[in-house]
Ligand binder design. Structure first.
Ligand code: GLN
Length: 267
């Protein structure tokens, strides 16, 4: 198959960015550069054929490649992890620039571990704890911590954030929890429907995890510390209210498209 043929097949299957995906698949499975993939050729490779077929069935590109980039680093992924979104780089950048020198943070609902690992790569003075409820997902976070050499500074904790009792306190607590509402789940794309529903939605109004985080975690924050959470673009008011009810002072940050994306609340 040529680049052109793969692009046409993906396009016919309704894939959003068929040429980009075709190129990524060729680069990955042929182990060649993007420039070489672009200059053409007829690729005869059963692995590539199977990958194109999977993409035509709308399996997310990230799961087919088994990896995805976040904050300029490549993370291992499995279908048990939410795929890192570029939107989430806002929360991660905030943590990186705000954590005090030698600071300690917790990342609740860590998933692939992309936030915690990226923060530790950028802040060699810092240490963190990453909490995840699903063992298969935590295994991927562990793999990513080792892959990037931060395993000595990251405690990987298999726990439910509703009951976890941390030892000691943190300077910052961050989380990108499941916040998609039940109603919004009805209109997700075929690709997103193949991501773990438990990582996307709380099965209710989308606010369950924020209530839990602001109810339980302020007591584990040092004075002057902050809780920062990613939110859905329509959730800023509700999440700020939850933070205020916990006695904290929230501010809202917007993503590159100007949508509310993070609530950061100081103790
Ligand atoms: N931003 C993701 C989406 O809209 C949701 C991530 C999450 O629930 N934490 O698909």
């Amino acid at each position: 198959m040529t680049l052109h043929e793969i692009t046409a097949r993906l396009s016919a299957a309704g894939v959003d960015s068929p040429r980009f995906d075709a190129l990524e698949l060729i680069v990955h499975f042929e182990k060649i550069s993007r420039a070489a993939a672009l200059t053409g050729g007829n690729f005869e490779n059963p692995d590539l054929d199977r990958a194109v077929q999977r993409r035509c069935e709308r399996e997310p590109l990230a799961y087919i490649l088994g990896q995805w980039d976040f904050m300029g680093h490549t993370f291992r992924l499995s279908p048990e992890c939410l795929i890192p979104r570029s939107d989430t780089e806002l929360l991660c950048s905030l943590l990186i620039r705000s954590l005090p020198a030698g600071g300690r943070f917790a990342d609740l609902c860590t998933g692939s571990g992309c936030i915690a690992v990226s923060a530790l790569l950028a802040r060699v003075d810092a240490a963190g704890a990453a909490v995840e409820l699903y063992p298969g997902t935590l295994t991927v976070a562990e793999e990513n911590a080792r892959l990037h050499g931060v395993q000595d500074r990251l405690a990987l904790i298999y726990a439910d954030i509703r009951t976890w009792e941390p030892e000691g306190t943190f300077d910052w607590i961050v989380s990108n929890p499941p916040y998609v509402t039940m109603e919004e789940m009805e209109s997700i794309s075929p690709e997103v429907s193949l991501e773990p529903a438990r990582a996307l939605t709380d099965g209710g109004d989308g606010l369950t995890f924020y209530r839990c985080i602001f109810d339980r975690y302020p007591k584990y924050l040092r004075d002057g510390g902050a809780i920062a959470v990613e939110i859905g673009w329509q959730q800023a008011d509700a999440v700020c209210e939850i933070a205020r009810a916990a006695g904290m002072e929230p501010t809202v940050l917007q993503d590159l498209e100007g949508r509310d994306r993070v609530v950061c609340a100081r103790k």
